[in-house]
Design a protein around this ligand. Structure first.
Ligand code: ARG
Length: 537
């Protein structure tokens, strides 16, 4: 087995036995040749072939010989030689790769041929126009994948954690869709309990129209946060109201008509709130599915959702997903661990189709809780507006007359840069780390930032415009593909070597779900692009 990367080999007594194994030469031959045919040089996913750690080592390296040697009863260099023979016997290998090099104790270095690089770059360019795929093949095993992300809480305001979930989940969805999967983006609004009973009872007293099916959808509940605060105040102060609230949620879950109408009006009002922008703690052990008063909770909605998402047939309203990704803060890891385990135990799922995709906290620049100067939570609207404002100020300061207001087109640029900076800052970080929110850093023109990437993109467009005589005022049109690409400088070759790895990076993100790998790749590509000199002739 070459895919030792994922499955750690169990240590057995046999491993400690220094004697050559008792395998027959035929068996040995069979293992090595199977290994060699498996060692596809172009996929970093399923074999021990990984991108080279240094450009001198070539484009990929295969370190399988070392771990394979013992069980095959060979020394690692002999084993590497066998693998190389196997590789060279793969039809077409010679067209793509130089002769593999064996280095040190048995490392195999693999290097693309220049002719292959030039042709691959030409194919990418030919497929680069609008809607093009840069010659990235679609997946051979299409899946139905549910990405559960954003998932704000009904009747509560969205916060920065929801922003992270939205940005990461959206990116993963786009990437999986591009890979050719059938992606369903889901907002899970199942995170509610007693507080909902509290709201329903509050509405009963203050907005009775909300409890009537006919009128409930059109009631103006005003500011949901104010409503929540008012209900919470009563809940804390009034013992009778507290009891009513507790009973209220059970009534709602039992399908009480009035409570359902109130629920509808709260959901409708919440949807209006969420529309303006285009998390919670793990449950304590043990996992509660139903409380003694008959009420349900967060884990229950998740279990119900799993049946719906994985088990139920589409004819019964289900989704029959092959893979479900849950994009939430890392604080919910235990919740999902328990929910997934319960779902398995209950027979709702049989395999590992459920994956939690956790992310770290958003912190202030000082590493403390992300909050306004006065300690309140930061409103998402203010956060995005501020990023756009700072981007605008920067553009303004570069104008001939910095006191002039920005024209419409430059206001648009500020919006693109501001929002792009917030999104890219999130995506370019390892999602599992806590992330220090800093306008200064995310809006900097230096480093792995949105402004740098946008600048690189603008520069590429500029070069294309110049080369093809297009006006600066319209959206750039990518030229027809050329018939041949000639790589004549080392800087060009380094750029192309990077470009042709796009499918590898995409499939890596598809498996491991770390968008920052794609950002790193794009940043490296931009840097390599900037190493090349361009001249329009
Ligand atoms: N609403 C939850 C929160 O704000 C996230 C829900 C995530 N999805 C799920 N199926 N539990 O943290």
């Amino acid at each position: 087995k070459l895919d030792g990367k994922k499955k750690k080999k169990k240590k057995t007594d046999e491993d400690d036995n220094e004697q050559p194994s008792s395998m027959s030469p035929e068996e040995r031959e069979a293992i090595i040749s199977a290994a060699a045919t498996n060692a596809k040089p172009f996929s970093i996913m399923d074999t021990m072939v990984t991108p080279a750690t240094k450009p001198e080592f070539g484009d990929y390296q295969c370190n399988a010989a070392m771990s394979l040697a013992k069980s095959a009863g060979l020394n690692p260099r002999e084993c590497a030689t066998k693998i190389v023979e196997g590789l060279k016997s793969i039809p077409g290998f010679d067209d793509i790769m130089e002769d593999p090099e064996i280095a040190g104790p048995g490392f195999i270095n693999l290097k693309f041929k220049d002719g292959y690089l030039a042709e691959a770059a030409r194919k990418m360019a030919a497929d680069a126009n609008e809607g093009g795929r840069l010659a990235v093949p679609k997946t051979g095993h299409k899946q139905k994948i549910i990405v559960d992300f954003s998932s704000p809480n009904i009747a509560k305001e969205m916060h920065v954690g929801h922003l992270r979930s939205t940005i990461i989940g959206d990116t993963l969805s786009n990437l999986l869709e591009f890979a050719g999967h059938d992606v369903l983006r889901l907002n899970h609004v199942g995170d509610w309990g007693t507080q909902f009973g509290m709201l329903v009872e509050h509405l009963r007293d203050e907005f009775p129209e909300a409890l009537n099916k006919e009128t409930s959808k059109n009631v103006d509940l005003g500011d949901l946060v104010m409503l929540y605060k008012a209900a919470k105040k009563r809940f804390d102060a009034d013992e009778d109201f507290k009891v009513r609230a507790r009973e209220g949620v059970v009534k709602l879950q039992a399908g009480d008509k009035e409570a359902l109408a109130a629920w509808e009006s709260l959901c409708a009002a919440s949807r209006v709130e969420y529309q303006k922008y285009t998390n919670r703690d793990g449950s304590p052990l043990p996992m509660l599915i139903r409380k003694s008063d008959g009420g349900f909770n967060y884990a229950t909605t998740d279990l119900a959702a799993i049946r719906h998402r994985v088990q139920l047939d589409p004819s019964d309203g289900g989704e029959k997903a092959d893979r479900v990704l849950y994009v939430t803060d890392a604080g919910q890891s235990q919740h999902f661990e328990m929910v997934f385990a319960a779902a398995k135990k209950a027979g709702f799922v049989t395999d590992s189709s459920l994956e939690h995709v956790p992310f770290g906290l958003v912190q202030g620049e000082d590493g403390k809780k992300f909050a306004t100067r006065s300690g309140d939570t930061v409103k998402l609207k203010d956060l995005l507006d501020e990023a756009i404002r700072i981007a605008g100020e920067d553009i303004k300061s570069r104008q001939d007359n910095p006191d002039d207001d920005l024209p419409e087109t430059l206001l648009d640029v500020a919006k693109t840069v501001g929002i792009g900076a917030v999104k890219y800052a999130d995506l370019s970080m390892n999602r599992e780390s806590n992330y220090k929110f800093s306008y200064g850093r995310m809006l900097s023109l230096n480093g792995n930032t949105a402004p740098y990437m946008l600048y690189a993109y603008a520069r590429i467009c500029g070069i294309v415009r110049k080369a093809t005589g297009q006006s600066e005022d319209a959206k750039v049109e990518w030229p027809e593909a050329c018939s041949e690409i000639i790589i004549s400088h080392d800087a060009e070759k380094q750029l192309v070597r990077n470009l042709v790895k796009l499918p590898d990076i995409l499939s890596e993100v598809e498996t491991d779900l770390y968008p920052n790998r794609l950002c790193d790749y794009l940043f490296e590509t931009s840097q390599k692009f900037n190493q090349v000199s361009y001249r329009v002739i």
